[in-house]
Design a protein around this ligand. Structure first.
Ligand SMILES: CC(C)(COP(=O)(O)OP(=O)(O)OC[C@H]1O[C@@H](n2cnc3c(N)ncnc32)[C@H](O)[C@@H]1OP(=O)(O)O)[C@@H](O)C(=O)NCCC(=O)NCCS
Length: 178
């Protein structure tokens, strides 16, 4: 069984004020507040957060900045780790623009690679340029046409995909987003 280590801060470009670690049960209340702040009516409910904790706590990372839960990256691998979905990436508004999103993405991509994932997937709203730019810089590219009403709330989504097997071949594309 693959063991995922919580990453160190070395070489991340952010400061010693930031610690990326695995989620803990006591974080759920702060995550609910953070998700509401960032995603409003599309935020995950307590029910979802609890379920994700039960299923994916070994691949769910949070970043603490000065003791404040500043953001998270939630990865949902399938049962044989062939595919994994980035189910959530968020940085609290007061901490945005300081490299934490990139740091969390680095952790998410490294985790997918450590698990031996062949294809990583993310969905993003077409107007979310900040997130799209970040994902693209890690090698996630649009997979097919934009999807109508993808989550049943009337909104369109781009599905992005990163094929790690292509990266692994000699001369593969790699990911630039370090
Ligand atoms: C997307 C998000 C996670 C980025 O986190 P962050 O900590 O602000 O991002 P970083 O400071 O690490 O910057 C990452 C990149 O995003 C870009 N970026 C950040 N905020 C931006 C903005 N408002 N507009 C355009 N680009 C932006 C930065 O330029 C940076 O790219 P660069 O390193 O090439 O300059 C954060 O903005 C967020 O939580 N947004 C709301 C929730 C969301 O949209 N999540 C993704 C759902 S798919």
């Amino acid at each position: 069984m693959t063991t995922i280590e919580a990453p160190s801060n070395a070489g991340s470009g952010t400061s010693d004020r930031d610690t990326v670690r695995l989620v803990e049960e006591h974080d759920l209340a702060a995550l609910e507040v953070l998700d509401k702040e960032v995603f409003q009516d599309l935020a995950y409910s307590k029910h979802y957060l609890r379920t994700f904790y039960n299923l994916f706590r070994k691949t769910w990372f949070v970043v603490d900045r000065d003791g404040d839960l500043a953001g998270y990256a939630l990865i949902g691998p399938d049962s044989d780790n062939r595919e994994a979905w980035l189910l959530g990436l968020a940085v609290s508004e007061r901490h945005q623009g300081h490299g934490l999103g990139r740091k969390l993405m680095r952790t998410a991509v490294d985790t997918m690679k450590d698990l031996g994932v062949a294809d990583g997937f993310i969905t993003v709203r077409p107007d979310n340029e900040a997130a799209f730019h970040l994902y693209e810089s890690f090698g996630f590219l649009q997979d097919g046409e934009e999807r109508e009403d993808y989550y049943g709330n009337g909104e369109r989504r781009k599905v992005l995909r990163h094929s790690f097997e292509v990266d692994a071949r000699p001369g593969g594309s790699g990911d630039a987003g370090a």
